[in-house]
Design a protein around this ligand. Sequence first.
Ligand code: NAD
Ligand code: MLT
Length: 312
Amino acid sequence: MTFRVLITDPLSEEGIFPLRQSENLEITIETELSPNDLIAMIQDYDALLIRSQTTVTREVIENAPNLKIIGRAGVGVDNIDLEAATEHGIIVVNAPDGNTNSAAEHTMAMLSALARKIPQAFLSLKNQIWDRKSFLGVEIKNKTLGIVGLGRIGTEVAARAKGQRMHVLAYDPFLTEEKAHKLGITKGTLEEVLNQADFISIHTPLLKETRNLIDEEAFEMMKDGVQLINCARGGIVNEDALYDAIVRGKVAGAALDVFEVEPFVDHKLLTLPQVIATPHLAASTIEAQESVAIDVSADVVSFLNGGLVQNP
Ligand code: NAD
Ligand code: MLT
């Protein structure tokens, strides 16, 4: 029996090798589909492979009578209607480990760039201005990094921050004293993290419970001059509340990789000189993209051929 696999986001060619190798799979790659194009096409496919660009809505799922498996080449599955998938007996697999290191490295790059105003200084120099006064930074050594969400990525960020001689204070409902002790960090409540941190980095998934977790009230609890990094998901930090907190001087800077609505070409947060940003690039390395695509491809091949999956 031949199965049809649709790939709708750019995936590493090396990473989809397990699919290419499989003789009973027919692969279609269409990375510029509109939501309506996807709804029209999906009925013919047994498997769908995506990254974060494609949104798999209930409507997509209801128009997919043959769909058996959705593979998310990455961690977050917030772009898939999981309830609808479950109702229709469609299994969802992701790649939870493949981009952990890249996301942690990107977070640390954002932290350094934020503390030393590197993007702003570069922009100034590109505009042919030699300005040394406007970009006075702060050291991160001996500062407290507050981590909200100490899962795979948060833990890697904590280890790196320790290496930079920062104090790490983390909140995660599942963090034990034992794990905190082993990592050489302090376990705190969300309030303690918000109250005490000089830099705060968000590493939770986007869930009902974490949407707008960092809202006006949360900003109120933070230290004056705090700096925020969000390389997790747009929607966890309320963008209007962040904008207001920066304008009134509560927040000294923010480094954002993710946004409530993506993609976009202009955004009010980017009008603020205190904000630095990347267009959802934390997992965009050769290594991570190859790894996440291999993981989901292997699960798709196995599942379609009656085998087990590693990351349901
Ligand atoms: P993970 O599941 O290993 O860790 C998430 C942690 O968040 C868990 O330990 C969980 O207990 C904790 N958590 C859940 N709810 C919480 C809450 N209310 N408060 C505090 N902690 C809470 O996931 P991960 O691999 O570390 O990835 C985290 C998120 O980062 C992903 O869900 C994804 O959305 C995002 N991500 C983004 C990029 C990017 O390109 N920007 C790349 C990879 C992952
Ligand atoms: C993820 O959740 O893994 C990230 O959004 C990375 C991505 O898919 O680009």
